[in-house]
Design a protein. Structure first.
Length: 267
């Protein structure tokens, strides 16, 4: 459970980045109302802020976390801290421009926040892509981190839009493709572990030997099935349906990230 702060931080911060990118894109396309955009932006700033605060509990000296930025030239950890901090700051500014309803500056600040968020996720993934832990040292780690953002962010925004009666089917379709991409990456990850170094195979054995692995797969499949059936059948999306899908996927991502840390085997 020592890695729990990192689990919470990575999942929530990636959700926030995906949400900001989705909101910015919808605002750019002029497909979202002002009040709804403001509420979503506020919510994502809170989520991003909570993620950063929780991450500090992983440090031996949380109040000295600011020192992490001092090695930005050589350390991916320093870059992660710097860019996530900048992302939260720009997200706050983005929310301010939503509040003031200044569309031009809102678009600029949102675009910068989205870029910073993407760099932050990239930096976060690079921390773990190290040869000493074979289960982490591959592009699937990068893909999984970005897919968490791609799945949870739009789904979170979609839930808000649905509650306010503004949901676009484009978000549902995008999330469904995200599910398919995540399933493919999952298979690539498992096959890579199986055919990799002995330590990678041991990580896979530890992973599949835990109940939460199967619970993770179950929640992922059920979330996809519910969304796909409702979409293909062209049934009216409801707040309950979207809420269940979001909750199941959030649980799935938390369990997957927990196992990512807990089943890592060193060389």
């Amino acid at each position: 459970m020592h890695e729990l702060p990192l689990v919470i931080f990575t999942v929530l911060s990636q959700l926030a980045v995906g949400g900001i990118v989705t909101l910015w894109w919808m605002d750019w396309k002029n497909t979202i109302q002002w009040k709804t955009g403001l509420l979503i932006s506020l919510s994502l700033v809170v989520i991003g802020g909570v993620a950063v605060l929780v991450s500090m509990f992983h440090l031996g000296h949380p109040f000295a976390a600011y020192r992490a930025i001092l090695n930005i030239k050589v350390s991916w950890l320093s870059r992660e801290v710097t860019f996530y901090g900048a992302f939260v700051g720009l997200s706050l500014l983005y929310t301010w421009f939503w509040f003031k309803d200044v569309s031009t500056w809102r678009g600029i600040s949102g675009a910068i926040a989205a870029i910073l968020g993407g760099i932050a996720i990239f930096s976060s993934a690079k921390i773990y892509m190290i040869p000493v832990i074979p289960a982490w040292n591959g592009m699937t780690t990068m893909m999984m981190f970005f897919l968490t953002s791609i799945l949870l962010g739009p789904l979170f925004v979609g839930l808000f839009l649905l509650i306010r009666g503004e949901l676009s089917m484009k978000i549902t379709t995008f999330v469904l493709f995200g599910f398919i991409a995540a399933a493919i990456v999952m298979l690539l990850y498992f096959s890579g572990l199986q055919g990799g170094l002995p330590q990678a195979g041991e990580s896979l054995r530890l992973m599949t030997g835990q109940f939460i692995f199967w619970l993770r797969l179950f929640t992922f499949v059920i979330a996809f099935a519910i969304l796909a059936i409702n979409s293909i059948g062209k049934q009216k999306q409801t707040g309950i349906t979207y809420s269940v899908v979001f909750l199941l996927l959030l649980i799935s991502e938390f369990l997957a990230r927990f196992q990512f840390y807990e089943t890592a085997v060193h060389l």
